[in-house]
Ligand binder design. Structure first.
Ligand SMILES: Cc1ncc(C[n+]2csc(CCOP(=O)(O)OP(=O)(O)O)c2C)c(N)n1
Length: 484
């Protein structure tokens, strides 16, 4: 059991076992009396300080209930409950601009900005989208769904404020970015711009030690040492970019966060506030009163399913990311549990590649941080060893990396979702096409599909078809798929 101080939140049992504590009926939403009264951030500010924990408890119950019935990025949002309450307690949105990276963690923000009914009332669950959207609210700055751009967008908002002053109508500018999203190259471009630009810019780094799967990359050792040292370890990645830096160990303690955010509100230069949170906090039910926070750093794989759900949270396969019921039945599943098409075809591809590892040392499967949703199971990754590389959220790098492997005579297979490949257009063009690099690309969820506007694969044919030398195959059956 992992617990945090102050608020008595607990998370998933380290064994990975999933309990059924949270049936759709668990938590009496009729009791969400505080949350029901919140119609704007002004109402959060009007609460007495000692009711903030109760508001967080109500929000967490609401998220769990919503997740059971509707699905969504519940793990990410559970970890951000206290931080979002503290943001709206301290900052003055929409005058102060809060930019959520990816924005999959913005459910609590939506609850606190006039949209709580869309999470409280079952028959209104479809009222809001899963990401921020300015068409929904003035408190939402951008339509987003891809990672890593929040710092750049925030730099842009801050630049205009710096140039136009009060006429811009922009106060503090806050970017909220996860540790996983920080691996996106564009995030580093944003960090690099921020210090040079100067002026007020507050970057909240929500470090829950996870991307969808585990984090990948040398940078994460640096973050771990910062966490272990209470933010004092050297080298400090953010100082190296010329940025001021603060650390908050108890990132699920609303009072600690309010204090930290108050310190940086109206700051006159860019600052990174690194907060240590727990993804899925509160998922396993009954609160614990333990004052000891034990973070499950040693075994995070069991938390991968918490990233997002498309159905009942208690119905997890502990090693899989989603459990969306669909008409796609996995014939290999002993219990006949259906896989969605991405997983179904992804698993099939991995099953075909795996026997080749023994005789093809240069065969490498590359996933830019999206293994679970594409059928690259935890078990497969373990067995594949160095034949599998999760490059982090790095589509551009992943494609260029594959081109390098191909040039050296290896056999790269790059797999991710079609809309994320948009990030790598130039690497497809230059590193792959102009260099005639032989790379196999597994392009999931391409074409017209049921995804939202931020994840639509509708542009993949147009994108790939315009790059010389790419042969695009669209199998219509498992036989065709494996033959390709
Ligand atoms: C360009 C791009 N690639 C991949 C994804 C898929 N994706 C969505 S969220 C996410 C992980 C984000 O991790 P983190 O920023 O740490 O946030 P957390 O969910 O842990 O709070 C990934 C890989 C994406 N949205 N955009």
């Amino acid at each position: 059991m992992h617990s945090m101080p102050g608020n008595g939140i607990s998370a998933h049992d380290a064994s990975g076992a999933t309990d059924n504590t949270h049936s759709p009926d668990s938590g009496n939403l009729a009791d969400a009396t505080l949350l029901r009264r919140i119609t704007s951030p002004a109402d959060v500010k009007a609460l007495s300080p000692n009711t903030l924990n109760e508001l967080c408890r109500e929000i967490r119950t609401t998220l769990l209930h919503y997740g059971h019935i509707h699905g969504g990025h519940i793990g990410s949002n559970l970890g951000m409950v206290e931080a979002t309450v503290a943001l709206h307690r301290v900052f003055d949105s929409p005058h102060d601009r809060i930019v959520f990276d990816v924005s999959h963690q913005s459910y609590v923000h939506k609850m606190l900005t006039g949209r709580a009914a869309a999470y409280l009332d079952t028959n209104r669950f479809g009222d809001v989208t899963g990401f921020t959207n300015p068409d929904e609210s003035d408190h939402d700055q951008f339509v987003l769904g891809h990672t890593g751009t929040s710092i750049s967008l925030a730099c842009g908002l801050a630049k205009t404020r710096n140039m136009e002053g009060p006429d811009s109508g922009i106060g503090n500018v806050v970017a909220v970015i996860g540790d996983g999203s920080l691996s996106s190259g564009v995030a580093f471009e944003g960090l690099n711009n921020a210090a040079e630009q100067g002026g007020n810019l507050i970057i909240i780094l929500n470090d829950n030690e996870m991307s969808i799967a585990g984090d990948f990359g040398g940078m994460y050792g640096t973050l771990a040492r910062l966490r272990a040292s209470g933010g004092t370890a050297q080298p400090n990645l953010f100082n190296a970019f010329g940025l001021d830096y603060r650390y908050v160990e108890h990132g699920n303690d609303v009072d600690a966060l309010v204090a930290a955010f108050e310190e940086v509100r109206n700051i006159d230069h860019p600052v990174v506030v690194h907060i240590h949170t727990l993804k899925g906090a509160g998922y396993d039910g009954e609160p614990t009163s333990s004052a000891t926070r034990i973070h499950p750093s040693s075994n995070l794989s069991h938390r991968e399913p918490w990233h997002s759900d498309h159905c009942n949270l208690s119905d997890h396969d502990p090693h899989e990311g989603q459990c969306e019921a669909s008409h796609w039945q996995n014939p290999d599943s002993a219990i006949g549990k259906p896989d969605d098409p991405r997983k179904y075809y992804g698993k099939m591809a991995m099953a075909a590649l795996e026997p080749r590892f023994a005789s093809e040392p240069g065969l490498v499967v590359i996933s830019p941080a999206t293994p679970g949703s594409n059928g690259i199971t935890h078990e497969f990754r373990e067995r594949a060893g160095s034949h599998y590389v999760d490059t982090g959220i790095t589509e551009s790098h992943a494609v260029a990396f594959a081109a390098g492997i191909a040039r050296a005579g290896g056999t790269p297979v790059v797999a991710t979702t079609a809309s994320f490949f948009q990030r790598a257009y130039d690497q497809f063009f230059q590193e792959m096409s102009l260099n005639r690099s032989r790379v196999t690309v597994l392009d999931f969820l391409g074409g017209l599909s049921g995804s939202d506007n931020t994840h639509s694969g509708a542009y993949d044919v147009a994108m790939f078809a315009n790059i010389p030398g790419i042969t695009m195959l669209v199998p219509t059956s498992a036989d065709e798929y494996l033959a390709d």
